[in-house]
Design a protein around this ligand. Structure first.
Ligand SMILES: [Zn+2]
Length: 469
């Protein structure tokens, strides 16, 4: 018989199901990789019993947009105060030093941080393949995800429109459409598992309208539909992007995407800040999803995504941390809190209750990834859940509503326990399958080496203030 884990005596279990059921006290029985039972109190035999006294149990948070490789360039001095296009132009110079080892270590670091802050299913958008680097970068991040035990949706990104062709990225960070499509096919055939409870899936993700050609967008959509995998890209993130599309293609970004077959229930865009009312209606009508990245949007001063109007129109919306260089963090519960604060400011205090922000981060995000086996705690769903210990000073005095407390209160978002696919991957606030100190040292070392190499080649002073680290 599969291993049984019984979680009991929880201060609260918030299922975030479509009836928003909560149990207090709460208990959950897991068998193998599925949830078997949920109730106030369960008397069941189990191989492992987890005492959840003082803890809140939630479904996993799901991250639908990230660039894990950027973990090594977070907080770079020269890019700290720049808007998107200038910010990218500086960072491309460092990112072209990416190696398979850098991708692996940055993935372990970012994925570890996500697991520690409540996210146990994540996508990643890796779009930068330096000409001199071997082609196995996505293989390396899939390996990192498998080692840590996180559910992973890798997206094969791409850039094919270099500076010499009128695009933004340097030519030697771009690849030919033939190489991109061949590698996409290889990755899908090697790793994509469409089955229920799948731990690894693939999606295809050209980087943005200003870094790939129209032909590549069309061909990528055709390939994705041939293999029935999803499509993802950045869209409507900045006014600069809108101007670029109007100038180059004579169309607004969403019209352009429609022109190249990029609307539909199998597509989700990151950001969606600058959609107008009729575009929001078109997103809803076509089932096209939007990943909202509130911290990144504030960090780069890109604007506020109209999430409340989108939800009212029926658009599928989820949450994402975006790359670590435009967020400087992969703190996922921090993203949920920022979502709540942003839309209270934009649409009124009652527009974004704590449970609504949590729903966006769970069921909302799961729908963007095409998953109905995660996103809520229900019998038959995947055994993915987190335990948050409210016996901390940051929550003291906030137990009037323990579930909302995890968004409103707290001075650390490190969870007590994370279970993914029936396996404990975070215990007592520590990663089970990685040595955090080793990882910190390695990540810092590679980050400094990449910047030093880029400096030698470009003579750009990426960090003018000197520190002995
Ligand atoms: Zn992004």
């Amino acid at each position: 018989m599969s291993k049984r884990i019984l979680i009991q005596n929880a201060l609260a279990v918030a299922t975030l199901d479509n009836q928003d059921r909560e149990y207090s006290p709460g208990a959950i029985l897991i068998e193998g990789n599925r949830i078997l039972k949920i109730g106030e109190s369960l008397q069941e035999p189990a191989d492992e019993i987890i005492d959840a006294t003082g803890k809140v149990v939630l479904p996993v948070l799901v991250n639908t947009h990230h660039h894990l490789f950027q973990t090594l360039t977070r907080n770079l001095q020269a890019a700290q105060d720049k808007e998107l296009f200038e910010w990218l132009s500086i960072l491309y110079e460092v990112w072209r030093e990416l190696t398979p080892e850098a991708v692996y270590i940055s993935a372990l670091t970012g994925l570890g941080e996500l697991l520690l802050t409540g996210c146990t299913t994540t996508s990643d958008h890796l779009y930068l393949f330096p000409a001199k680097s071997p082609g196995n970068l996505i293989d390396m991040e899939i390996q990192a995800a498998q080692e840590l035990g996180i559910r992973f949706h890798a997206t094969r990104g791409s850039m094919s429109l270099g500076k010499s062709q009128g695009g933004l990225p340097p030519d030697d960070c771009c690849q030919s459409p033939e190489i991109i499509l061949k590698d996409a096919q290889r990755l899908i055939e090697t790793y994509h598992d469409p089955e229920e409870y799948s731990m690894t899936r693939l999606a295809l993700a050209p980087c943005s309208p200003f870094s790939v050609t129209s032909d590549l967008l069309r061909e990528t959509a055709a390939l994705a539909r041939q293999y029935q995998v999803r499509l993802h890209t950045h869209l409507a993130e900045t006014k600069d992007e809108e101007d670029y599309c109007l100038q180059r293609y004579g169309m607004r970004p969403l019209d352009y995407m429609e022109e190249v077959d990029w609307l539909g229930p199998d597509v989700w865009y990151a950001h969606g800040i600058h959609f107008n009312e009729s575009e929001i209606r078109r997103l809803a009508q076509t089932g096209t999803g939007v990943c909202h990245c509130p911290v990144s949007n504030f960090r780069l001063a890109s604007g506020i995504c109209p999430v409340v109007p989108m939800l009212e129109a029926g658009v599928q919306v989820g949450l994402g941390v975006d790359g670590s260089a435009s967020n400087d963090s992969s703190d996922f519960m921090g993203e949920v809190r920022q979502c709540l604060l942003t839309h209270r400011y934009a649409s009124g205090v009652a527009s974004m209750p704590a449970r609504k922000a949590l729903q966006l981060a769970t069921r909302g995000s799961a729908s963007l990834l095409g998953r109905n086996d995660i996103g809520s705690l229900e019998p038959g769903k995947a055994a993915d859940l987190i335990l948050i210990d409210l016996n901390q000073l940051g929550y003291a005095g906030a137990l009037h509503d323990p579930v909302a407390a995890v968004v409103f209160a707290g001075d650390s978002h490190i969870v007590d326990t994370s279970i993914v696919n029936g396996k404990v991957v975070v215990r007592n606030g520590k990663l089970v399958f990685a040595q955090e100190m080793d990882l910190i040292q390695k990540a810092n070392q590679i980050a400094m080496e990449m910047v030093a190499k880029a400096h030698r080649k470009t003579h750009i002073d990426f960090n003018p203030r000197r520190y002995r680290v």
